[in-house]
Write a new protein. Sequence first.
Length: 287
Amino acid sequence: MSEMIQTENLRFSYPVEEGAAPVYALQGVDLAIKKGSFVVVLGHNGSGKSTLAKTFNAVLLPTEGVVYVEGLDTRDENQLLSIRQRVGMVFQNPDNQIVANVVEEDVAFAPENLGVPTEEIRQRVDNALKAVGMEEFVTHAPHLLSGGQKQRIAIAGVVAMEPECIVLDEATAMLDPIGRREVLSTVHRLNQEKGVTVVLITHHMNEAEDADRVIVMSDGRAVMDGTPKEVFTQVASLRSMGLTVPDTIDLLDRLQKDGVEVPLDALSVEECADAIAGAFDKISQEG
């Protein structure tokens, strides 16, 4: 599995007043994200996670260091179109990405601007709407859809560009639980069935449970990096950064502190239930 995105000593500072010292939102981030992987980036507000996301398709350019997209340097203006064809972005508010009054026209907008032939655009729109489970809404008005449906249309607009990677920057933050499930189901399906690399920026810990990899940002640095179980079992460290843990891990941690022998890495609801049942069976047998 080759690398989709690579950062080397990535540092970024937003503009400051003349004469003021720069404040770095990213401070020497070194990451390699593999093609076809599903990566979740977590962190509290101000941790640098959204800034990091915006460097992945050259919305923001490095102040220092470098970002490569399949070997293309994001600082090279001549490669900008190629980079953004490879990495599509979905942002927090879908209303900011919807540009047309009819769903199919909105999904067709990006391919049209890329100069894709008309007959191919029709096929791409149909395929994209099918990929996100919204093919029945082809002639609907986007503004009449629910938040989750709007976000799926925004994702379809990106999918129609046929990117190899989709970065979702807090794309579930404004949605209710049903909307979040719709969007997560969509991006997991794109990852599993289409092989699309997914980078999900979020502050919802439970959204990371099924990821291949979890990266935790704090103060502009990647301070944790591993599988969900490897990261979420570091309960004390996560809480020291002002982060929570998934509900299952929180419950197991509290049981451990009460003297119940349960594993801390039973992440899914099923694993957690089995672990607790096993622990209390053992207690009853010993009693």
